[in-house]
Every structure is written in structure tokens, then in C-alpha cells.
Write a protein that binds this ligand. Sequence first.
Ligand code: FAD
Length: 407
Amino acid sequence: MIIGAGQAAIQAVISLRQMNYQGNIKIIGEEPFLPYQRPPLSKKFLAGQLDKNRLFIRSKNFYQRQEIELLLNSKVASIDPKNQNILTEDGNSLNYSKLLIATGSRARELKVPGINLSGIHYLRNINNVQTIQNQMVAGNKLVIIGAGYIGLEVASVAVKLGLDVTILETESRVMNRVVASEISNFFELIHKRAGVKFKFKQKVEGFAGDTSLKEVLCSGGKRYAADLCIIGIGNLPNQEIAAQSGINYENGILVDEYCQTSEENIFSAGDCTNHPNKLIGMNLRLESVHNAIEQGKTSASSITGTKNAYNQIPWFWSDQYDLKLQIVGLSQGYNELIIRGNPKSKSFSGFYMKNRKILAVDAINKPREFMLAKKLISAGVEIDPEKIADSTTDFKFLAEQALKRGI
Ligand code: FAD
């Protein structure tokens, strides 16, 4: 039995059948759609460049062929671990022998006066995008709250469609939590050149309008005219049904490296988990396709009784204009940032170093450097920072040498 029909859930069932798991599989998902991938929601799908059918991870036939029962439009209300049973909101009581909780995360809500005016949106699912698209009309004033990945991706789509875009951010730079200021500055410049306006150090305190949004109100009395507003201020793990059933949680459902929760026959995977990462040396809660897929595989192994520990360096990507940003590793604790390549060429990388080792890399239109960096970070090898900085050196050669030395 799987709760949640998203990226992690579908990977788990794909892996289960690949591992010759013959048991019954039931997936319960609250959304009405076939399980789908979310990244295009703030990119090509929002831009109207991708058909809805292309979002689906697998076709309807796949589930029929693999004898996987999909219960869509159905929300699980509670879990009873003692009796190995779940209850849906519409009153269905179902037994399980093994349970996988893959409930993902949800948009963090902004709790301020006026939040219920029409024209104010979050962007998490297909329905959200379809509502937003009605207002993605040239000339409309769009205010985005939050200069994180989602806000910036939406901005890049919206300016291209001819909207007047302003981003409000509480910090003083974009993607403040994840990249160094040098990388933030580069992205800010690209957005400004495209016509996006930034207002930093802004705290949103409310919204004004009759029934629909007219203005976004910030502390200090600043007001921004708006026809629509999209809020992208982070996510929260969907951990409540686990927490209420006595499963251990803390900023996510707590699992070990095998996706095992504190309950014997219950596993968890994806955005909703807080899991140990041995390679990084700390517990993490990640919101990425890579993590959902890898934990989907790990949990499938555990369900079949094979122990296959999750052992992954996190990575993520974001598409803005003609830029593909790929981030691998965690930069926390770095003491040197090396820029390899020239930002003016829109193709360069930022290497976050500590004691001659790479902690993380932000690769901008540099897929090969990203792939090699992934190997270097996983191997934890030393590499000469000066050679990285010299963009005339062959990075592949440099990486291969470092991997051969293996220190
Ligand atoms: P989800 O895919 O969110 O699936 C969880 C499902 O469980 C949801 O459908 C939810 O409705 C359902 N559910 C929750 N509670 C219940 C319940 N009680 N009963 C039944 N069903 C329930 N990641 C990247 O790596 N790169 C990107 O570029 C990127 N872009 C993104 C853009 C957007 C707009 C969004 C929203 C996310 C993006 N992500 C990106 C993140 C990525 O999509 C998620 O990390 C991934 O989908 C997580 O998979 P999951 O299976 O854990 O959760």
C-alpha cells in the first residue's frame, strides 16, 4: 500500500515490479490526475509549451499491465499501525502488510490579511497552474513573493509572455539559501536585463482589493499594484498522518538509510522524509526529483527484504531563460568559492571548496562539469583549487587524475 501518488511512489512501484515483487500494489493519491512530474509546472507547462499528457510519469496502460491499483481522488485520513490499516477521508478502510508513505510536501502558506482574495496563488500542482494560466496575459501585473527557484522560474516564463513582473524578497539577494552571492548576482542581472524588477528586504503584511487582488502591502507602508500574485516561500513536509499515528517525525518523517520509519512495516520516501546522508554526514530533508527517485528505489528494496542503503550526493536543477543551473552537493561550511569560466559567456561554474575538497558545485550551462563534479564530491578526493580556477585546464583530465589518486 502506498500513500501519495507522486514521483517517489511511482519510482517505488516501478522498482518493485523490476525486482519481481509479485504482491498486490495499491496506490492512494488525493489528486485526480495520473501520477505526474512537477518540475515542468513552473517551466514549460506554465509557459504553455508542454501538453498535460507529457507530465504523466507513466501511461494508464502501465498501471494496468503491471497490475497496480490506482485509487485517485482519495485522501488518506489516518494510519493504524497496530492493526495495519488505513482509513481514507471518504470512509474506505484498507489493510496493508507493508506501507510506504510518499506524501511529498506542500507550499508554505502566507498567513496575512487579504490572502483569500482571488488572484493570489501557490504553485504546487496541475490545478494551480491551470488557474494561474488564465491570468498569464501580456500587460498583467504579476507580483511574485519569494526569489527562490520557483519564483525565479515563474518570473522567466512570465516576462517572456509580456507580463509586468516584480519580485518581493525578504532577504537582500536571490536564491539566498542555496547559492553564494556571486551566483545570486549573476542571476539577478539576467532577470533584470529581461525586465524583472526586484524589491529586496520586503516583508509582505497583507493584500488589498475588493474581491480580487489589487495591491500587495509590505511593511513600512510600501504598496505594489498587482493583478495576480504567486507565492513561493518554501515547502512543508506532509508528515501529519504519520505524526498522528505515532511514527517519529521532526521536520519530516524520520527514516533510516533504508527508508524505514520507527514502525516496523512502514517505510517513507521523497519530500516528506528527514533522512540520514552518510556522504554528507548529517540528516537532510530534500525537495528534489533525484531524492524522490533514489528513495523510491531504496524503499522498494526494503519492502522486498533486500537491504540497499541510500547513499547519494544531493543534486537539483533549475531552468531560467536559456540557463540550466545544476547544483550538486551542499555548500554549507565552504571557505572558498572558485569561479571557473566567465559569467559573461553564460556558461561557468562555482566550486565551493573546503580543505582542497569540493563540497558543492553550481554549474550554469556546464553539464559536463556538473557530471564530473558529482563524481568528485562522491569520492571526496582532493583537487588543486588553482587548477580548477584556470579555465584553460581540461577539467575532465583534472577530474580523472584526482579520481585516480583517490585521496
Ligand atoms: P510529490 O511528487 O509531491 O507527491 C506526493 C503526492 O502525495 C501528492 O500528489 C500529494 O497530493 C499526495 N498526498 C499527500 N498527502 C496525501 C494523503 N494523505 N492521501 C493521499 N495522497 C496524499 N525538483 C527538481 O529536482 N528539479 C526541479 O526543477 C523541480 N522543480 C519543481 C517545480 C515545482 C513547481 C514544484 C512544485 C516542485 C519542483 N521540484 C523540482 C521538486 C520535485 O517535484 C519534488 O521534490 C518531487 O515531486 C517529490 O516527490 P514526492 O513523491 O516526494 O512528492
